[in-house]
Design a protein around this ligand. Structure first.
Ligand code: AMP
Ligand code: ZN
Ligand code: FE
Ligand code: FE
Length: 292
């Protein structure tokens, strides 16, 4: 059984529609697909119909932009009730923060002689829940300023580059609590990313586990072999679920092909059992996995 629990569509900053993503996942031999657009459930409905038609299972989720001790942490939230008012409010604030940053980025780009308008960005964002840096990157590509997203980030949009502007992210601890109260489960995405500094460290992760964190995404393209080994051992010590995923963004992120990393079916089973517990404890009409 092939399980890929972290993917994006045009509902956030992927390049495929939810239907295209599901069809590509089926073609890639994926049996269980996790849909985890940034800070939104907008892609869920279309993906549900497509997964049913394609005969693959769907785990509905999202990847929430959070912050811990001043550092960005992406938190995967699986199967929360997306109508739970505190979750809606939390996501709205993140989406608003992302949108509100756009004029400041454009201003900074103008200062280095790059003239990009809000209309340019809106055109490539399409019906995404918010305009993020990848959309600004796409607008720069459309204008011929850079070749691709990678070059846009490396030259202009990464921290320390001329077009970088910080944005709001939700407090991590509070987000874990809100997702849990919404009947969902949480997994830290690419926990150590490309950082040389290994944060959050084992102690911080233990504290998050006490708050209800369910798992760690260990197998991810941004983790080298050593990071994976160390994270796996932290997860084992804390009895956290271990996941592996592609973090596929269509053509928007190089080296993240569907199923390039996968989740062990037994780990998926543990994650879904925790989600079922959370759903019952929350007493909310949280979504359930489809097709399993
Ligand atoms: P934002 O939340 O608007 O600041 O945008 C962050 C998003 O940019 C994340 O989802 C990343 O996946 C994406 N991203 C970061 N670096 C790159 C890159 N080099 N190429 C494509 N996408 C990137
Ligand atoms: Zn993304
Ligand atoms: Fe991420
Ligand atoms: Fe992601």
């Amino acid at each position: 059984m092939r399980v890929d629990l972290h993917t994006h569509t045009r509902a956030s900053d992927g390049t495929q529609s939810p239907v295209e993503l599901v069809e590509a996942a089926a073609a890639a031999g994926i049996d269980v697909l996790g849909l985890t657009d940034h800070d939104t459930a907008d892609g869920w409905a279309a993906a549900e119909r497509a997964a049913d038609a394609a005969g693959i299972a769907l785990v509905r989720g999202m990847e929430i932009s959070t912050r811990l001790d001043g550092r960005g942490v992406h938190l995967l939230a699986y199967l929360p009730d997306p109508t739970y008012p505190p979750l809606v409010a939390l996501l709205d604030k993140v989406l608003e923060g992302r949108n509100d940053r756009v004029p400041a980025v454009l201003e900074r780009l103008r200062a280095v002689g790059i003239d990009l308008t809000e209309e340019d960005v809106a055109r490539v964002s399409g019906d995404a829940a918010a305009s993020g840096r990848p959309h600004i990157a796409d607008a720069l590509v459309a204008r011929g300023v850079v070749r691709d997203r990678d070059e846009a980030f490396a030259r202009l949009l990464n921290p320390g580059m001329p077009g970088y502007v910080d944005r709001y992210a939700a407090p991590l601890r509070e987000t874990i609590e809100v997702v849990t109260a919404a009947g969902g489960v949480t997994v830290i995405a690419h926990a150590w990313g490309r950082r040389t500094l290994r944060v959050p460290d084992a102690e911080a992760i233990a504290e998050l586990a006490d708050l209800g964190l369910a798992g760690l995404e260990v197998d991810h393209q941004d983790h080298d072999a050593r990071a994976r080994t160390e994270l796996r051992s932290i997860a084992r010590d804390l009895d956290l679920v271990v996941t592996g995923s592609s973090d596929h963004h269509g053509t928007g992120k190089v080296g993240h092909d569907l199923a390039c990393n996968t989740t062990d079916p037994e780990e998926l089973e543990r994650l879904l059992a925790l989600a079922a517990d959370a759903r019952r404890a929350a007493g909310r009409d949280a979504p359930e996995p489809l097709g399993l």
